[in-house]
Design a binder for this molecule. Sequence first.
Ligand SMILES: [Fe+2]
Length: 287
Amino acid sequence: MNLSANLNKNFISFIEKFPPIPTNLQKLIKLLNDENSNFNKLEKEIAYNQSLSVNLLRLANSAYYGYNQSTASIAEAVKRVGINTVKKIAHIELIKTKLNKDLNSYKINARELWKHSLSTAIIAEYLSSHKYPSFKSKSFITGLVIDIGKICIDNYLSSQNIILFDEKNSINENYILNLERKIIATDHAEIGGLILKNWNFPEEIVLTIKYHHNPEDAPANTLKQSAIIHIADLLSLAAGYGYKIDKKDVKLSPKALKILNLKFDEVFELIEYNLINLEELIQRWLV
Ligand SMILES: [Fe+2]
């Protein structure tokens, strides 16, 4: 991924210094992605991470799974929720520490940021299950990391005492992208892709994040995923998570709609009728 030649050296060092994935989570994610991995090894690796184990047990014992008896066994908890949910919990564990800070340059606090990521993940997963089920699990994880580039940019701008904008009113993502490009000669989508590449995320997630604002430019093999994440991101904002935008101001890429074979109003209807309990779904993952 080639970065603009105009990037200043100071900022490049911020990207390079962005913390890597903690080794224990790296090991666990690798095991979760390996279909042939040994269950005992997986159980040990989960138990090694205390905060993740607590979240896994909390979820496995929640009313959602409907078991009468609560369990304190990691193996039993994994069996109850399934590997895909353990994958989600592992990525939430990875990302929650990064998102656990207010982004002063973007005038968004940690809680709003976290809820925007979770709602994007949930909407993207829903859209995938409706349109392209094979991308369902990856959609959730991609939604979670949608704003990772903003964290890195905020670290840099804060260190330079640069504020991106003064007013939170009438902010939209295009406005933010233009300001980022003006000030640092790149944007959070490109930086997000770069960080995920450094974290050894699958290439399709890296590219989906890179093109989440211009899915029409994504390589052919990531067009559908980019279209889903693009739409989920904007629907999350329209639902009031992050910068609240009115439905009439939501600018969905016409090509993204075409790729998913959906009309503007249909997208909203899908979410309004099927994710009426979005806040409840977000609370399920909030830790
Ligand atoms: Fe974005």
